[in-house]
Write a new protein. Structure first.
Lengths: 163, 502
């Protein structure tokens, strides 16, 4: 490779458009719990500053719920090749992960209640490292199943656990 | 065509279940009790002699002894051709089976109680990272001879196991290094003594409070405090500092003696390196050389100032939870650590010249170091202006700013990376500088992280993931382009399809 300026490109595939709904709902639920708790406290006659905190957090919540899901949708991408799995995730902070297919130990799909409703799935790819698995969140169910099949076929061909 | 009679099935002798040594019924409670001795002593003999103290004391001893008995009764193990099986648990029964070809390290530890009876605990490290305590396989304990036999059985592959188990004598060993008495001068620089004192003082005060001990009634202590209160504050601070330094020096020397007495690092004919050390608790760790994925050189600030360093192995089977087992060289001259690193991994990556990171990384280090004292100073200044807090506070906080600038600059100076023949080298940290040499073939993936600030400064944090040691080793704030090119060069062809030229 020559001395030019190089950088990582974005992985090819986007996740499902419905993932935006998933992230929105999840963020909204989290905020409702927090704001609801503070709201009850405020209504029951908590100290004055609760009202100010509540107002501040409400603004943050609106911005977060409005901005985060679409931002994530632009960032979250994935790609599999016969040699490697390549993902990008995050929104403000972004993270690229790369795992060679020969070092993959397990490939799972998981679906939470919300994901089942939206027909989405999360693919989790573990290696022998304690650094944690690669996750591709918000995939269409059928796409997730196809990835698992593909990777299962390729990883079976490679012996050893690469530790 | 004649039908041959079917061959009789090969009668594999089914290995018997082994139990831990029966002396463990005594040793396990003994080990627990040695640790609790000061506490029990204080409980029963200090303060007033009350019935409840004695009842609690005797009850604790009885419980510990009973637990030891049940632990022995419920533990059994066996070693088959393919795996090691272990059944344990008094309350929660656990059955564990470990494939033998996944065993990477064997750690024999004998606490004082074990040693009185000639026993050792055997801990087996596998390629799997332990995510919770107690996930590993520990045989606590068997006779030292059985432990030695198990070590050889575990680390030889099944094909050679039969030959080696007969020979009871030690295979030929080549010494790589051993404890030099002059290394003791590095002991007080590790701050372990200071920490020990802090813990002991905290624990002692707490205990005294719980047990209603009244130090103020002891004449000597009252006299001492009386005398101290008559002196000037500066003198009191000076005396306290001298006492703390003296005590921490003694404590750290003692710790060094306890942990590293008779330290020896040897290489054995069965392709393992072995670390032996300890005065009361002896520890003997075997690491399969083929699974050694690198080394980590640790230089805490004080140790670094005295040109000292400590060396740890980066290997599968010894992760974060087994930091004590992965020690290769205790605090010693840095040159010696470098020499041992070279002898163990056959190359000298820890002393390789490192490439510095971009200047933007220095700005980030400085901003991060200075941010906390600046914010603190501003807050305290506001409070002293509007809420009548003493001005000394913010002036004191402001004095920390130049210090944090120095720390930030040092943190940048230590940042660096290099690629040698077989190793990826990365260095970072100021208070605890760490140089990690990770075998390139041991890298099983990459992570590249970028925050908005890093994006603006065109930096990334590149992390190599591995099955060994901590599982991930980062190259912090490397230039965007340098980072991906480093990763691409370290593991050829893996990253290439995902790169583009700007």
């Amino acid at each position: 490779m020559d001395d030019g300026e190089w950088r990582l490109r974005a992985p090819v595939n986007l996740v499902s458009k419905r993932a935006v709904v998933q992230w929105t709902v999840r963020a909204a639920i989290g905020w409702i719990v927090v704001l609801g708790g503070l709201g009850v406290w405020h209504a029951l006659g908590g100290p004055d500053w609760v009202g100010h905190v509540l107002a501040g957090l409400a603004v943050a919540a609106v911005v977060h719920v409005a901005v985060m899901p679409t931002w994530r949708y632009r960032v979250h991408r994935w790609e599999t090749t016969p040699a490697a799995v390549f993902t990008r995730s995050g929104w403000i902070n972004q993270e690229w992960r790369l795992a060679p297919v020969s070092r993959i130990q397990t490939v799972d799909t998981g679906r939470g209640p919300l994901q089942q409703l939206l027909k989405l799935a999360t693919v989790t790819i573990t290696t022998a490292s304690a650094a944690g698995p690669l996750k591709i969140e918000g995939l269409d169910e059928s796409v997730a199943a196809r990835i698992v099949d593909e990777l299962a076929t390729t990883t079976q061909a490679v012996p050893g656990d690469a530790t | 065509m004649t039908a041959f009679p079917a061959a009789p099935p090969v009668a594999e002798p089914v290995p018997e279940w082994g139990r831990l040594d029966p002396r463990m019924i005594v040793v396990k409670p003994l080990n627990e009790l040695i640790g609790l001795l000061p506490l029990l002593f204080a409980l029963v003999f200090l303060g007033n002699v009350e019935t409840w103290r004695i009842v609690v004391g005797v009850g604790t001893v009885a419980l510990i002894i009973l637990y030891g008995l049940f632990a022995w009764l419920t533990t059994k193990y066996r070693i088959t051709d393919a795996q090691v099986e272990l059944h344990t648990g008094v309350v929660f029964r656990q059955r564990r089976a470990i494939p033998r070809d996944r065993i990477r390290t064997v750690d024999l530890t004998a606490k004082l109680g074990h040693r009185l009876f000639g026993l050792s605990a055997v801990r087996v490290g596998t390629g799997q990272q332990e995510r919770q305590a107690g996930e590993g396989v520990v045989l606590d304990a068997v006779t030292t001879a059985e432990a030695e036999r198990l070590r050889q059985v575990f680390l030889h592959r099944p094909t050679t196991a039969a030959a080696s188990t007969d020979g009871a004598e030690e295979p030929a060993a080549v010494e790589i290094t051993r404890l030099d008495r002059r290394w003791y001068r590095y002991a007080p620089l590790s701050l372990s003594g200071l920490l020990g004192i802090a813990i002991a003082v905290g624990f002692g005060m707490n205990l005294a409070g719980e047990l209603n001990l009244r130090f103020s009634e002891v004449d000597v202590i009252r006299g001492l405090f009386g005398w101290l209160s008559g002196q000037s504050p500066a003198l009191v601070v000076l005396i306290a500092a001298v006492v703390v330094v003296l005590l921490s020096t003694v404590a750290s020397l003692l710790t060094y003696l306890l942990q590293n007495h008779d330290f020896r690092l040897t290489r054995h004919a069965d392709a393992t390196v072995r670390v032996r050390r300890g005065l009361l608790t002896t520890r003997s760790v075997s690491i399969e050389e083929q699974r050694l994925r690198g080394v980590a050189l640790h230089e805490p600030l004080l140790l670094r100032a005295a040109r000292g360093a400590r060396l740890n192995a980066v290997t599968t089977g010894l992760g974060l939870r087994q930091a004590a087992s992965s020690l290769l060289v205790p605090p010693a001259p840095r040159a010696e650590s470098h020499r041992v690193a070279a002898a163990v991994i056959g190359e000298n990556p820890t002393s390789a010249p490192l490439t510095r990171h971009p200047v933007a990384a220095r700005r980030r280090r400085l901003v991060r170091a200075v941010a906390v004292p600046v914010v603190l100073t501003a807050a305290l200044a506001l409070l002293s202006a509007f809420a009548d807090w003493p001005a000394g506070l913010w002036i004191g906080a402001a004095a920390l700013i130049p210090l944090s600038v120095l720390i930030g600059l040092d943190r940048y100076r230590t940042l660096g990376h290099a690629l040698t023949g077989r190793y990826l080298v990365s260095r970072s940290g100021s208070f605890t500088r760490r140089t990690v040499a990770l075998q390139r073939t041991g890298i099983i993936g990459w992570r590249v992280e970028q925050s908005p600030f890093q994006r603006r400064a065109r930096l990334v944090t590149l992390t190599a993931t591995t099955a060994a040691g901590h599982g991930q080793y980062a190259v912090t704030d490397i230039g965007e382009s340098d980072g991906v090119r480093l990763a691409d060069a370290a593991v050829p062809d893996l990253l290439t399809p995902f790169l583009i030229r700007e």
